[in-house]
Design a protein around this ligand. Structure first.
Ligand code: DAH
Length: 367
């Protein structure tokens, strides 16, 4: 009887001091396991006299059950302690910033195109398209640059190797020098009224801080019956465009007579700026400061010869056109100093000057 009591006391001490599940399992094996102390005692029952077995049996069974209960209780307690420890250790610091996930940026040229689509879309212009590889006729001749005209030299570009002259005409292919060629393609396939804008890559053999061999232009064209689209409309349209685009309501706009073979009269358009220290500030110069001007586009009333070349009767129709460089607009609006960086595909540059989807322009939020 006291042996059983002693063994139980001993085992319960072992159970209590087992401070992890592994140690507790060792106690279980040493007591209730096949060769354990309690199992060994149980085996002695078989050799006992029936009388003795009657008294010892219940005592030994009780011991076995008590030990099993002690072990189970300790096991539950150890598991709880383990859980509490993990909960303590593994708490999440929700004040920590999430890991940055790579996010794409929208290139300033794409952003500028979207802004212009938004502005001109609101004025009712549709988008026209044309190929980067042009023939001489669409790029020059139809635009009233006769073969050999010196104005062609201002647009020195890349010619493709084949120089097939058809009927003595200039038929060699080239990378278009301007998007004005799209005017021709559009007028050949559409009847007035024509009200289009066109965006695209253009090419000239230039390379410095403000010139790259490939750059982007926007071309705008509006043709309707004589009297419906005049030089006054051209001025109004351009003023609205630049003031909306640069978000400066009183941005000074100046028209300067200029020559382009495909317009008559032709005008270059300047916008006003002034110097703010070394920086260029677009807008009206404050009192006492010099008003400076920079050229941003070429424009004019479409030349009658150009309309004729596209089978549009110049005695019935007239209209305006203008063309501008997109990099130039983006550089001025977003303060980008070097044109060449637009095409270096440096993701750090894009991270700095690029736009997120939430910057997308639309006519509801403005530009
Ligand atoms: N194509 C001209 C250039 O690249 C720009 C231009 C001037 C376009 C006058 C026009 C225009 O539509 O009317 O320099």
């Amino acid at each position: 009887m006291s042996d059983i009591q002693n063994l139980k006391t001993e085992i319960s001490q072992q159970v209590e001091t087992a401070n992890d599940l592994q140690a507790l399992e060792a106690v279980r094996v040493a007591t209730l396991g096949k060769k354990g102390s309690v199992s060994a005692l149980m085996k002695t029952l078989g050799k006992m006299a029936p009388e003795e077995r009657k008294t010892q049996g219940p005592l030994l069974n009780a011991l076995k059950e008590d030990v099993a209960a002690l072990i189970e209780k300790q096991e539950i307690s150890l598991k709880k302690q383990e859980l509490d420890r993990r909960l303590q250790e593994e708490t999440i610091d929700i004040t920590l910033d999430p890991r940055p996930t790579p996010q794409g940026k929208i290139h300033p040229i794409s952003q500028t195109i979207d802004e212009l689509v938004s502005i001109f879309g609101a004025m009712g212009f549709k988008i026209a398209e044309g190929p980067d590889i042009e023939d001489d006729w669409h790029n020059f001749t139809a635009l009233n640059f006769p073969p050999g005209h010196p104005a062609r030299e201002m647009q020195d570009t890349f010619f493709l190797p084949e120089d097939t002259r058809e009927n003595g005409e200039y038929a060699k292919k080239l990378l278009r020098t301007h998007t004005s060629s799209v005017q021709i393609r559009h007028m050949q396939t559409h009847n007035p009224p024509i009200k289009t804008i066109c965006f695209g890559r253009t090419y000239r053999s230039d390379w410095d801080m403000t010139h790259t061999p490939m750059f982007h232009q926007m071309e705008c064209m509006y043709i309707d019956e004589i009297g419906k689209v005049t030089m006054a409309h051209l001025k109004g349209c351009l003023e609205d465009f630049v003031r909306n685009f640069f978000l400066i309501d009183d941005l000074p706009v100046r028209f300067r007579p200029s020559f382009f073979p495909f317009v008559e009269p032709g005008a270059e358009v300047d916008i006003g700026y002034y110097k703010n220290g070394n920086a260029i500030q677009l807008g009206k110069a404050p009192e006492g400061q010099e008003q400076k001007w920079m050229e941003i586009l070429g424009s004019g009333m479409v030349h009658p010869n150009v309309l004729k070349n596209c089978d549009i009767d110049p005695t019935k129709y007239q209209g305006f056109a203008f063309g501008t460089g997109l990099e130039r607009l983006a550089m001025l609006k977003y303060g980008i100093p070097d044109l060449r960086t637009f095409f270096e595909s440096d993701v750090r540059w894009l991270g700095h000057y690029g736009f997120t989807p939430l910057d997308r322009p639309n006519s509801a939020t403005g530009y």
